[in-house]
Design a protein around this ligand. Structure first.
Ligand SMILES: Nc1nc2c(ncn2[C@@H]2O[C@H](COP(=O)(O)OP(=O)(O)OP(=O)(O)O)[C@@H](O)[C@H]2O)c(=O)[nH]1
Ligand SMILES: [Mg+2]
Length: 384
C-alpha cells in the first residue's frame, strides 16, 4: 500500500545509573519494532535524566534538538521507547507537529497489521481502542482517518473529541461482545480436544517458535526475521513415535507488551494456559537472552500459565562461536533453570539436535498420555 517507508526518529531517556548497554539494547529492539512497522530509523536521541519530564518526556533543550532534526529531515514520526501519558502525548504532538508513537502504540499497530483471524483482529482492535480512549487528540482522528475508521473529519475540537469518545465507547462494548461469542465457540472446540496431550510453544518474539513448529509438525508455518510474525494461534496435530499430541504456536512476548493487549489476548493465550507441557524457546545467540527469559516468565505468570513442566529449548546454537577445542561455548553450560524443568540446545533452522529435543519431549508426553489413558499401551497390545 505504502510506496515508501516512513522516516522515524527514536527517543529514549536513560535513567541515572542505567547501564549504557541496556539502553542500547532496548533501542535496538525499538528500531527493529519500527522496521517491522515499515519505519526506518534515521536517528536516535538519548537523554540522561533522573526521571522523564512530566510535560514533554525529554527536557526542553533536547526537545529543541529533536524538533530541528524533524523539520530539517522531514521526519514522519517520532517514537518514544517508554509509554507516554496522554498529556505528554498532546504536548509533544503540539511541539513536534508530526506523528508521535510510543512503544505500546507501535506494537498495537504491528499487531493490527498482522492479525489474520477474526478473533485476533477483534482482540487487537479492542486493545487499541482501550489504549486510545484516554488519548483522544488530533493524532487519533488523524490515525483513524488514515485507516478509514470512525474518526471525526476536519479539526477536532472538544465537541468532536467528545463524539469520538462516545463512538469508541460503543465500539469497545461491541468488540467485547463479539469476543465473548468467539471465545465460547473456541472453548467448545478446546474441550473436544481435552483427551489429547497439548504442548505449547512459548517465548520471546523472533526466537524461532514458528520455525520449530514447522520442523516438529513438518508443516508450512510462516517464519520471518521480523518481530511478531505470528499473531494468531496455530494448532497442529503431531505424532511422536506412536503418540499423538497437539502443538500450538502463538504470539511471541516482548518487554512492555501493552497491558490491554495481554488482557485481550487472554483467549488466544488459552492455548498456552491450558497446555500440559510448555516448550519455552530461547534465542541463545541473542545478547539479552536472559532478559528475554525473565520477560517470558513474567508474562506466563500474568496469564496464569505457571505450574507446568517446561522444557527450555535453547535455539540458534548454530550462531554461537565454538571454543577453540571444539566444545560448545561456556554460555551453554552456564544457563540456569529451575529444578524439575529441563533444557536442550538445538538449531531449528539447521536441524541440530532435534532428535534430542524429541526424546526429551516424548518422555514428558508419554507420562501425560498415560495419565489420560492409563490402559493405552495394554489396548494397543491387545489390538495389535
Ligand atoms: N540461525 C538461525 N536462525 C533461526 C533459527 N531458528 C529460527 N531462525 C530464524 O529466526 C527468525 C525468526 O524465526 P521465527 O520462527 O519466525 O520466530 P518466532 O519465534 O516464531 O517469531 P514471532 O512469531 O515473530 O514471535 C527467522 O528469520 C528464522 O529463520 C536457528 O536455529 N538458527
Ligand atoms: Mg512465529
Amino acid at each position: 500500500m505504502k510506496e515508501k517507508s516512513n522516516k522515524g526518529v527514536l527517543v529514549a531517556v536513560a535513567k541515572k545509573g542505567e547501564n549504557d548497554n541496556v539502553v542500547e539494547e532496548h533501542l535496538d529492539e525499538l528500531a527493529f519494532l519500527a522496521l517491522t512497522a515499515d519505519i526506518t530509523t534515521e536517528k536516535v536521541f538519548i537523554q540522561k535524566l533522573e526521571q522523564p519530564d512530566t510535560r514533554t518526556f525529554i527536557g526542553k533543550g533536547k526537545l529543541e534538538d529533536v524538533k530541528a532534526y524533524v523539520v530539517a529531515r522531514e521526519i514522519d514520526m517520532v517514537i518514544f521507547d517508554d509509554d507516554l501519558s496522554p498529556s505528554q502525548l498532546r504536548n509533544l504532538e503540539r511541539e513536534l507537529k508530526c506523528q508521535i508513537y510510543d512503544r505500546s502504540l507501535l506494537i498495537l499497530d504491528i499487531f493490527l497489521n498482522r492479525a489474520q483471524t477474526a478473533q485476533a483482529k477483534t482482540q487487537v482492535e479492542l486493545a487499541r481502542y482501550q489504549y486510545l480512549m484516554p488519548r483522544l487528540t488530533r493524532m487519533w482522528t488523524h490515525l483513524e482517518r488514515q485507516r478509514g475508521g470512525t474518526g471525526t473529519r476536519g479539526g477536532a475540537g472538544e465537541k468532536e473529541i467528545e463524539t469520538d469518545r462516545r463512538n469508541i465507547r460503543n465500539q469497545i462494548s461491541v468488540l467485547k461482545k463479539k469476543l465473548e461469542k468467539i471465545e465460547k465457540q473456541n472453548a467448545v472446540q478446546r474441550k473436544s480436544r481435552s483427551n489429547i496431550v497439548r504442548v505449547a510453544l512459548v517465548g520471546y518474539t523472533n526466537v524461532g517458535k514458528s520455525t520449530l513448529m514447522r520442523v516438529l509438525s513438518k508443516s508450512d508455518v510462516k517464519a520471518e526475521d521480523k518481530l511478531f510474525a505470528t499473531v494468531d494461534a496455530t494448532v497442529r496435530k503431531v505424532m511422536l513415535n506412536h503418540i499423538p499430541f497437539l502443538l500450538s504456536d502463538t504470539v511471541g512476548f516482548i518487554r512492555k507488551l501493552p497491558h490491554h493487549l495481554i488482557e485481550s489476548f487472554k483467549s488466544t493465550l488459552a492455548e498456552v494456559r491450558e497446555a500440559d507441557i510448555l516448550l519455552h524457546v530461547v534465542d541463545i545467540s541473542h545478547p539479552a537472552y536472559e532478559d528475554h527469559i525473565r520477560v517470558v516468565k513474567e508474562t506466563l505468570r500474568d496469564i496464569d500459565a505457571t505450574d507446568k513442566p517446561i522444557i527450555y529449548v535453547f535455539n540458534k546454537i548454530d550462531l554461537l562461536e565454538p571454543e577453540e577445542d571444539g566444545e560448545p561455548v561456556e554460555k551453554m553450560h552456564s544457563v540456569h533453570i529451575e529444578q524439575g524443568d529441563e533444557k536442550v540446545f538445538i538449531s531449528a533452522e539447521k536441524g541440530i539436535n532435534i532428535g534430542g529435543l524429541k526424546e526429551m519431549l516424548f518422555k514428558k508426553i508419554k507420562k501425560r498420555h498415560n495419565q489420560i489413558y492409563p490402559n493405552y499401551l495394554k489396548d494397543e497390545y491387545y489390538s495389535g
